[in-house]
Write a protein of this length. Sequence first.
Length: 277
Amino acid sequence: MSKIITKSELDLFKKDGAVLIKGKFDNAWIEKLKKGIKKGKESPSPRFVNHTKDQKLPGYYEDFWTWNLHEEFKDFIFNSPTPKIAAELLEAQKINLVMDNWFFREAGSKSSPPFHHDISYFDFEGSMCVLWLPLEPIKKEDGIAWVKGSHLWDKLFLRTRFNDGHEVDGEPGIVNGKKYELTPNILENKDNYEFLQWDLEVGDCIYFDIRTLHGGLNTVTPKKDIHRYTLRMAKENSRIIYRGDWAREERVIMEDNGYKNGDDLSGKMFPTLFETS
């Protein structure tokens, strides 16, 4: 089977923690995801949230674990190039879905994502990557910035809420045998870090290591509605490992579906998307 990514892209992913992958999703996939997000807004899951505190202002919306609710998402996850790219980047024999996630910012929204890394947000442990796919063309100053090489710091940072104010869950210290720290104040110390940012056309995407710090570097108010679709995917031997109480809402959902601490990321909530023959 031919490779989708180049050796250079693989090397950058390993070294920098994030890489631009150009032109892998045609317009049919993009329009399908937009349709799925539209349906998701009209018929949201119980996990749907508006991160903007003042509900009268343009909103910043999010929903997750909705792939089995809308056929558009399910089709993309199983049939697009997404899992094959993940397998090549993680050098995996098998790729399982961890979580799908969509974001929608209305024109005029002043809400923005904090700097964070996904690894500490949920009860997942293993080798994982994230697809970040904008559904409109963007300039680098309007998008997300990744802190180059931060996936290699061997640190865990406390979960920071996406709602306005960016509240931090928990206190620094040892939680379930792992040390958690406050996320460094990236915005007030920009000169201390090297950032990865790209201009993206429709069909371009970013894949990044689940440990890589990323967030909104610039305060940009969108003039048009913007849609983002993301997927977290795991290599074989990834597991559920309980973190802090901040992950309890998602943990309850997994437990209600029969999962427990130490279980493999597999089965009905975490289906296999790719496997070498």
